[in-house]
Design a protein around this ligand. Structure first.
Ligand code: SAH
Length: 221
C-alpha cells in the first residue's frame, strides 16, 4: 500500500457504514429512522475538539455544559416515538439540534425548545445552513411545553424529570406518544413511553438511560 493511500478510518462512506452498523447492533432497525440518521451528519452538530469523535456511539459535550446524546439512544428514542409523515412533534431539550434534525426528516413539522438561548441560536443557524426548513427552535422552559402550538402528535424530552411534566401530558393528542427519561437521580433513570388513549395514559418502561436533568426556568445565556 502506498503511504498516501487513504486510511479507511477517515473514509466518509466507511465511517457511515460503521455508524449505521453500530445503530443496528443496538436495536435501531426501523428503516425510516436509519435513513434519517444516514442523511443527517452528526459531525455538523459537534464542534471543537470533540468533532473527531462525532461518529462514535457516545454522548459528547456541547456548549452551555450540555451534551449531545449517544447516537444509539437517539435512534432508539426516535424509533419508540413512531413518527408519522403528517405528525407535528415537540422536542424539549434542543441541545445541539441533532435529535430535532432527525425528527425533521420524519415529521411534517418539529418544534424544539431549550432553556439556553445560545443553544437555540446556534441550532437555528445550523438548521438554516443545512436547509432544514421544517424545524422551529424557541428559547423556553420546556417543562411547560409550547401551548401556542399544542396539541402535538408526538413529544420527546431529552432531559430527565422525576415524572412526566403534566403540561406535556396535556399537550399530547389522544393517540399521541411521548418518549422521555424519568428518574429521581442523575444516575438511575428509565426511558419511558407514554401513550395517550381516549380515557387516560398508558406507560411502558423501555430501558435504563442517563440524561442531564430537566431544569426549571430559562438560563441566563
Ligand atoms: N436533544 C439534544 C441533547 C439534549 S441535552 C441533542 O440532540 O443534542 C438536554 C438539553 O435539555 C440541554 O440542552 C438543556 O439545556 C435542555 N433543558 C434542560 N432543562 C430544560 C427545560 N426545562 N426546558 C428546555 N430545555 C431544557
Amino acid at each position: 500500500m502506498s503511504p498516501s493511500a487513504p486510511d479507511h478510518e477517515d473514509d466518509p462512506a466507511e465511517r457511515k457504514m460503521r455508524f449505521l452498523f453500530t445503530l443496528r447492533s443496538h436495536g435501531v432497525t426501523d428503516g425510516r429512522v436509519l435513513t434519517a440518521m444516514e442523511r443527517i451528519d452528526r459531525g455538523r452538530f459537534v464542534t471543537g475538539i470533540f468533532s473527531a469523535r462525532a461518529y462514535e456511539d457516545m454522548p459528547l459535550p456541547i456548549s452551555c455544559g450540555q451534551t449531545i446524546s449517544q447516537p444509539s439512544v437517539v435512534g432508539l428514542m426516535t424509533q419508540a416515538l413512531n413518527v408519522q409523515p403528517r405528525d407535528v412533534v415537540l422536542e424539549v431539550g434542543t441541545g445541539s439540534g441533532y435529535q430535532a434534525a432527525i425528527l425533521g426528516q420524519l415529521a411534517r413539522r418539529v418544534y424544539t425548545v431549550d432553556r439556553h438561548r445560545r443553544l437555540v441560536r446556534e441550532a437555528v443557524e445550523l438548521f438554516t445552513t443545512l436547509g432544514l426548513t421544517n424545524i422551529t427552535a424557541v428559547a423556553r422552559d420546556g417543562s411547560f411545553g409550547l401551548p401556542e402550538q399544542a396539541p402535538f402528535d408526538r413529544i420527546i424530552v431529552t432531559a430527565a424529570a422525576e415524572d412526566p411534566p403534566s403540561p406535556l401530558l396535556q399537550q399530547l393528542k389522544p393517540g399521541g406518544i411521548m418518549v422521555l427519561p424519568v428518574g429521581q437521580s442523575d444516575t438511575v433513570q428509565s426511558l419511558i413511553k407514554v401513550t395517550r388513549t381516549e380515557t387516560g395514559f398508558d406507560y411502558d418502561e423501555l430501558r435504563p438511560v442517563r440524561f442531564v436533568p430537566l431544569v426549571e426556568g430559562l438560563a441566563s445565556d
